[in-house]
Design a protein around this ligand. Structure first.
Ligand code: ZN
Length: 452
């Protein structure tokens, strides 16, 4: 994975939580940073490729269901009766039941290209769509997982694929609903798919996921964690109040409380959403070293609630962001919404900065997402530092929203005043990612799904 231009000179770059000048960035043959030198004298930077703007590290998108990109914008009309997470889910299933491997690949390729263009360089795919539309396994059990791998390879984004265990329709249910037939899985099947994906190598990593406590019982959950290869373990948890109440009814505890008491949760674990928590649960998660994946745009779209960010930052807990159902593909929008949701709830400003004991809200948000992203992806992607993968984005500081902003406030402007600014260039493992045409395949998949 050696880079053609293994040395870059950034006029300014985000190093160790702040802007540094004249930064010489050297990529090793393995695509990771071999050297990061700030205030580099011109003589030493000779021959390095000068980058056309300020440089930020690439970010991990910690939670994705790629096929849901196909319903973004299509669930914003109220059906008869109340509309909430559960009625949204029924409409989402309608897409999940129809989509073919070819359509999954085309939708994912377009989504991943959008994510890359926005500056995400690795995506964690929480993958529970396993079987054919009639519920029968494909001849290749990892058919749909491999469609996602092909999509990621085509556009050049890194992928952490998390085959997901899904066994029953809810707490106390014997099995799945008929409209969940494509998700049916056992711990053995999930471990097999994870091992198959892990062999792909390159920018592809594997972990495992448990859909939720409502979808998986204790014995199977323990079996999967024991059988899983090394890599991150993800689980949806405490996203909806009803889910918390059902968990208390059936298991006698709140979801995170139960998980901590019954499962060997450790630093491999990433809890997705964790919207409804108690201080005691957050302290327990912190003690185990687990991370949280917050999905601000989807949590807003689905009416989940507001994550206790000050409580988690007060514990110095790790967290990342995910775009989940992909109602936006922009990390700046996710970070802005994360802070704004706190302002709405608490009627205060700069909540993140104060909770993180940091001057700038944007830098507290960015550095938090950066650090937690590595944990979510199981890949060293924590910034411009030796040993981390050489992923970065070159900011377009001539974009309208950033014009005239004092240099020191560039990141603040990017998150809070520049909703549509995309980076000029994006690099993964030291290589510039070229543009790939994905729109025609995406449009064809959308037409056949929604107009056919
Ligand atoms: Zn999800």
């Amino acid at each position: 994975m050696a880079s053609e231009a293994a040395r870059f000179l950034a006029p300014r770059a985000w190093v160790g939580g702040g802007w540094a000048s004249e930064v010489l960035l050297t990529v090793g043959e393995d695509g990771h940073w071999a050297g990061v030198r700030t205030d580099c004298p011109a003589a030493e930077a000779q021959g390095a490729l000068r980058l056309p703007g300020p440089v930020l590290p690439g970010l991990v998108n910690g939670h994705s269901h790629a096929f849901q990109r196909a319903i973004a914008g299509l669930t914003e009309r109220s059906p008869s009766g109340q509309d909430d997470f559960w009625s949204w889910r029924d409409r989402m299933y309608a897409a999940a039941l129809r989509v073919s491997p070819e359509q999954v690949e085309a939708i994912a390729a377009h989504l991943y290209a959008e994510l890359l263009r926005a500056g995400y360089t690795q995506v964690c795919e929480f993958h529970y769509l396993h079987h054919d539309t009639d519920g029968r396994p494909y001849a290749e059990p990892a058919e749909l997982a491999l469609a996602l791998v092909r999509a990621a390879r085509r556009v050049g984004i890194g992928l952490t694929l998390l085959p997901t265990l899904y066994m029953r329709a809810g707490f106390g249910a014997e099995g799945l609903r008929e409209d969940q037939r494509r998700f049916a899985s056992t711990p053995g099947f999930i471990a097999e798919v994870a091992q198959r994906v892990a062999r792909e190598g390159g920018l592809v990593r594997a972990g495992v996921a448990i859909h939720s406590l409502r979808a998986v019982g204790e014995a199977a959950l323990r079996e999967l964690v024991a059988a899983a290869p090394e890599g991150p373990v993800h689980i949806h948890i405490a996203e909806q109040v009803r889910e918390v109440e059902d968990c208390r009814t059936f298991l006698g505890q709140r979801p995170i409380e139960w998980l901590l008491d019954h499962v060997p949760v450790d630093a491999r674990w990433n809890l997705v959403h964790a919207t409804h928590t108690t201080p005691h649960e957050l302290a327990g998660l912190r003690a185990r070293g687990a991370a949280i994946v917050i999905c601000p745009s989807t949590e807003a779209n689905l009416g989940d609630g507001v994550f206790d960010l000050p409580g988690w930052l007060g514990q110095s807990g790790r967290w990342s962001i995910g775009s989940d159902s992909h109602v936006t593909r922009s990390w700046t929008e996710e970070l802005r919404l994360l802070e704004y949701s706190q302002r709405f709830a608490l009627r205060e400003r700069n909540v993140t900065a104060r909770a993180a004991l940091c001057e700038s809200t944007a830098s507290a948000l960015f550095d938090g997402a950066l650090e937690g992203g590595s944990a979510a992806a199981g890949v060293p992607l924590a910034g411009l530092a030796v040993g981390q993968r050489a992923d970065f984005q070159v900011v377009d500081d001539a974009a309208d929203g950033l014009l005239g902003i004092p240099e020191d406030h560039l990141l603040d402007g990017l998150v809070f005043s520049s909703p549509s600014a995309e980076p000029r260039e994006v690099y993964v493992a030291g290589r510039r990612v070229p543009a790939v045409e994905t729109a025609p395949g995406f449009v064809a998949a959308m037409r056949s799904l929604w107009q056919g």
